[in-house]
Design a protein around this ligand. Structure first.
Ligand SMILES: CC(C)=CCC/C(C)=C/CC/C(C)=C/CC/C(C)=C/COP(=O)(O)OP(=O)(O)O
Ligand SMILES: O=P(O)(O)OC[C@@H](O)CO
Ligand SMILES: [Mg+2]
Length: 255
């Protein structure tokens, strides 16, 4: 029988009771000191995990120091969200071992994964296989990864990719509108994707408010990710206020 790793089991256990909220911290945008403070505050307000990564090359010491600071200041699981095979840190708990299924460049479908696989093994990181899909507009990550972003009004295309990902063995599906997107993934698309897959659905990009979070969760997202809203809050107090509201929106929707 398939035995899930610690972090994946934690996700599934929690999902029995509630929808989840993950915070994404990009070492390109936050210092270790700020990351530590944000992680501590995140744990206090009920965030479920911290993701660490960026599309513009978070790696090496810069990445390690942010992950270490988060681990020192909170007990939340830290999951890597790598932009390439270099986005791997031995201080994290797990890694979204993701394939960007709608990229035009095989590097983002299987190349980075092959180049990163031995590092993941050497560090003893828990890999969580994930289908990563870029939805319009896609923002920086869409451009960097040479994606063919799925049109916002074509939910069936997203559903087909998501189901294909599940059939290829991926145990999570992530719909990504792009960090800082003016609008999050359309509700209708979330609904249709959720209806065809059996694995948990993650949605991120452009979620900023209580209303956004509640809408996305109601449409069918199991895990809601926010980055910019917290990173760009200006102060720790403002970040706390925003997070409390977003989490309220997520937790009000039953799983
Ligand atoms: C599994 C391994 C080892 C590698 C996977 C490599 C893949 C497929 C990457 C997908 C493409 C990519 C560039 C992903 C980056 C994901 C990410 C962290 C996006 C969000 O980034 P932000 O840094 O918040 O956005 P900005 O770039 O706009 O700051
Ligand atoms: O920065 P935001 O817009 O919250 O996006 C989060 C995440 O989905 C980006 O990969
Ligand atoms: Mg960033």
């Amino acid at each position: 029988m398939l035995k899930l790793g610690k972090v994946e089991a934690y996700i599934h256990e929690k999902l029995e009771r509630e929808k989840l909220h993950f915070v994404l911290l990009d070492p390109d945008d936050v210092s270790p000191d700020t990351a530590g403070k944000l992680a501590k505050m995140s744990e206090e307000v009920g965030v479920d995990a911290i993701m660490v990564g960026g599309s513009t090359g978070a790696e090496g010491e810069v990445l390690d120091n942010v992950v270490k600071a988060i681990k020192e200041n909170s007990s939340l699981p830290v999951i890597l969200f790598p932009g390439s095979h270099r986005g791997v840190s031995k201080y994290a708990d797990a890694i979204f071992f993701m394939s960007l299924l709608n990229s035009r460049n095989p590097f983002f479908i299987t190349g980075a994964q092959a180049l990163g696989a031995f590092t993941v093994k050497r560090y003893g990181l828990e890999p969580i296989p994930m289908a990563y899909l870029i939805i319009e507009p896609g923002e920086t990550v869409g451009w960097v990864s040479d994606a063919k972003p799925i049109p916002r009004h074509k939910p069936k295309i997203a559903a087909a990719y998501a189901l294909a990902g599940q059939y290829m063995g991926m145990r999570l599906v992530y719909l990504e509108a792009g960090s800082g997107a003016p609008q999050h993934v359309p509700n209708e698309m979330i609904k249709i994707v959720k209806a065809v897959i059996d694995v948990p659905l993650i949605v991120g990009g452009g979620i900023r408010s209580y209303e956004d979070a509640k809408e996305v969760a109601t449409a069918g997202a199991d895990i809601i990710v926010t980055g910019t809203a917290i990173e760009k809050a200006g102060s720790l107090e403002e970040a706390r206020k925003r997070l409390e509201n977003i989490i309220k929106g997520v937790k009000e929707v039953s799983p």
